[in-house]
Write a new protein. Structure first.
Length: 259
């Protein structure tokens, strides 16, 4: 690669056809057969069918600048941590169409791993703020609200109209709320997120004091009921549709018990 890179005009199109790119798991590959990324190891879990460039030739290595330029010209994508998050991770979580479940679990686990490796909550807050503040919200695999239902992909946050919670409602209260408001949904993350994936990213997460609940809270999950501030001219007030529905349902449950 160094010899070719030092040529005045390297034959880029011909090089794209040759199996000359060293990768971590697949040996030598060509850019025409595989997407190849130069990125930190902790992001490798979400590459799918793409390949990770051998880090000995990566951007943070001691390889010559000529080699770096050649790799870029051939088509190797180079990402540092923040750029990878905004170019690969966040788009999967915020895309308009529902992502595939395994893909969603993979990128969310990777994001959790990155957040867990951050120095403190301030750094994690900064890392996740663009996703948390996304105009149209982000996708999550939500735990079913009723026994027997399958987990469902739901968009939460932003203008989605749905709020994420940490704990499910008691079944009797949940059923009473739905009887009064069939569109009411109480979103809780699926337990599948906390299951160890093949790459062991979840296991690495649990080596720190940073938990999944802390992760969801940083993304805007509500530890109780969702409350919104409503501004009318120069005055403001706080309103919670969820709390109103729960109080109404609780009152009916209490009345039913009294009878």
């Amino acid at each position: 690669l160094l010899i070719v890179a030092c040529e005045a005009t390297p034959p880029i199109e011909q090089l794209k056809l040759l199996q000359l790119l060293p990768t971590v798991d697949a040996g030598l590959v060509s850019i025409t057969d595989h997407e190849v990324y130069d990125l930190p190891e902790r992001f490798a879990a979400v590459l799918g069918d793409a390949k990770r460039l051998d880090p000995r030739l990566g951007n943070g290595s001691t390889s010559r600048q000529e080699v770096q330029r050649l790799l870029t010209s051939i088509g190797v994508e180079q990402y540092d941590g923040p750029r990878f998050l905004h170019s690969v991770i966040f788009p999967t979580l915020t895309q308009s169409e529902k992502p595939k479940v395994e893909e969603l679990l993979g990128v969310t686990r990777t994001l959790m791993t990155v957040a867990a490796a951050s120095e403190d909550d301030d750094q994690r807050h900064e890392l996740l703020q663009d996703l948390r503040n996304h105009e149209h919200g982000w996708w999550i695999l939500a735990r079913p609200s009723r026994e027997g239902q399958e987990a469902d992909l739901v968009r939460v946050g932003g203008d989605s109209g749905h709020t994420l919670h940490l704990e499910p409602l008691p079944e009797q209260l949940s059923a009473e709320v739905r009887r009064n408001d069939p569109d009411f949904r109480w979103m809780v993350p699926s337990s599948e997120y906390a299951q160890e994936d093949a790459e062991g990213s979840v296991e690495r997460c649990t080596e720190t004091s940073f938990t999944w609940d802390a992760f969801w809270l940083l993304l805007g999950a509500s530890p109780a009921v969702d409350v919104h501030e409503e501004i009318d001219g120069y005055t403001s007030d706080f309103h919670s549709k969820e709390l109103s529905c729960l109080l109404t349902a609780a009152g009916r449950c209490r009345a039913a018990v009294a009878e």
